[in-house]
Design a protein around this ligand. Structure first.
Ligand code: FAD
Length: 386
């Protein structure tokens, strides 16, 4: 077992670190205050640096590296802001992976190269108003009619909603109940019958698009079926990589909060000395560092073990669940170390705390991850309905 990055990985990490520090850091507070999206010019720069499609195959415009390299890049960008990490997240470990792993050759040729060039974003649409944690209750229906699926239904809280060009939509393809009837359909923005609701106003993650999707007799070409009925498991397997990406954004945010707290505690003086000289502050810093490092190891293990494929559900859930809790605790301690200034928008840690919170809801809540972990440990399924 080797805990060192190789030379190429070190170079990649440094390159992304420098890009984030030099080009993004001083603009983040303004984007957040105005609730702005990450300007397209930076998405294009990320594409030029090869960060979009880092772990997508070379023949579709990617870099052909493993998801671990993508994770290293996401961590460095999230250290500055979730907004900076989001294009690299979406273009490597997001639903684009469903297309790469399970799509037809035509689908891969059509949808992957624009993602790598920064010309297209892919979102995942699973959640519905009445199907959140109980995802397999989803009711959005796709009925085959000649060469088209006719889609009707509504999706909720879709990250990238309204902004993304392509949506991997979980749909019910037959009357079969539960997971058995569910498959995945690629729906392009602009398809007649497909529209968007108002943008969400979340507590954090400002600048990230999110809204409801509406399908009203939306006609989707039948060749857009990416995962057929009865293969719900495939959708979930690909989603385990997205969960590692979610965990990595938590890791990056928490690392950023730890660094901010370390710096502040060595500048701020009370009682005539730097506050880092108080044991209470030292204990908080030590606690933060332990949690950040533990999350990093869980994430790295899950992703390194995945190689060029997909992670094990147990390792992905352990990493996500731990990192989701960890970022809430670490950012809260960072706010505490900053005293009243931490509670002020003049300092970045309150933003980190708000941004960090949402990831323990997105991608399956902390509670649902715990159920998955127990189920994997015991080798049993626990029916939540009985
Ligand atoms: C920032 C953000 C981004 C998101 N992005 C997307 C996206 O891109 N695509 C998408 O499809 N969805 C997205 N979601 C939706 C997200 O996946 C759901 O919000 C989540 O799965 C929970 O569903 P719910 O909100 O309906 O809560 P509910 O399922 O109603 O849960 C409410 C509470 O009950 C708990 N609970 C539910 N069932 C159980 C149980 N069996 N045992 C114990 N506790 C339980 C939950 O853990 C939670 O605490 C996003 C959400 C957020 C906040």
């Amino acid at each position: 077992m080797d805990f060192q990055l190789n030379e190429e990985q070190k170079m990649l990490k440094k390159m992304v670190h420098d890009f984030a520090e030099k080009e993004l850091r001083d603009k983040v507070a303004g984007w957040e205050a105005r609730g702005e999206r990450l300007p397209r010019e930076y998405v294009k720069k990320m594409a030029d640096l090869g960060l979009l499609g880092l772990c997508l195959p070379v023949e579709y415009g990617g870099q052909g590296r493993t998801a671990f390299e993508a994770i290293l890049a996401i961590e460095e960008l999230a250290r500055v802001s979730h907004l900076c990490a989001s294009p690299v997240f979406e273009a490597n470990v997001g639903p684009v992976k469903v297309i790469e792993q399970f799509g037809t050759e035509e689908q891969k040729r059509k949808y992957l190269p624009p993602v790598c060039r920064g010309d297209s974003m892919v979102s995942v649409a699973m959640t519905e108003p009445e199907a959140g944690s109980a995802l397999t209750d989803l009711a959005t229906r796709a009925v085959l009619d000649g060469d088209y699926y006719i889609v009707n239904g509504q999706k909720r809280f879709i990250s990238g909603g309204g902004e993304s060009d392509v949506y991997v939509v979980y749909v019910r393809l037959s009357e079969q109940k539960g997971a058995r009837g569910i498959g995945g359909l690629i729906v392009e923005k602009g398809t007649p019958g497909f529209s968007f609701g108002k943008q969400e106003q979340f507590m954090g993650l400002r600048g990230m698009a999110s809204c409801d999707l509406f399908f009203d007799n939306c006609r989707v070409p039948k060749e857009n079926l990416v995962v057929k009925e009865g293969e719900f498991r495939k959708l979930m397997l690909a989603f385990d990589l997205e969960r590692c990406g979610n965990a990595t954004i938590c890791l990056g945010i928490a690392q950023g909060a730890l660094e901010a707290a370390m710096e502040y505690s060595q500048q701020r003086k009370q009682w005539g000395k730097e506050i880092c000289e108080f044991q209470a502050i030292q204990f908080m810093l030590a606690e933060m560092a332990m949690k950040v490092e533990a999350a990093r190891l869980l994430i790295y293990r899950a992703v390194v073990n995945a190689g060029a494929g997909l992670p094990s559900p147990l390792e992905a859930s352990l990493a996500k669940c731990f990192a989701n809790q960890m970022v809430r605790e670490v950012t809260a301690m960072a706010v505490q170390i900053h005293g009243g200034y931490g509670y002020s928008k003049e300092y970045p840690v309150e933003r980190m705390m708000r941004d960090g919170w949402g990831w323990g809801i997105a991608g399956g809540t902390i509670e649902i991850q715990r159920i998955t972990i127990a189920s994997q440990l015991l080798g049993r399924r626990f029916d939540q309905r009985r």
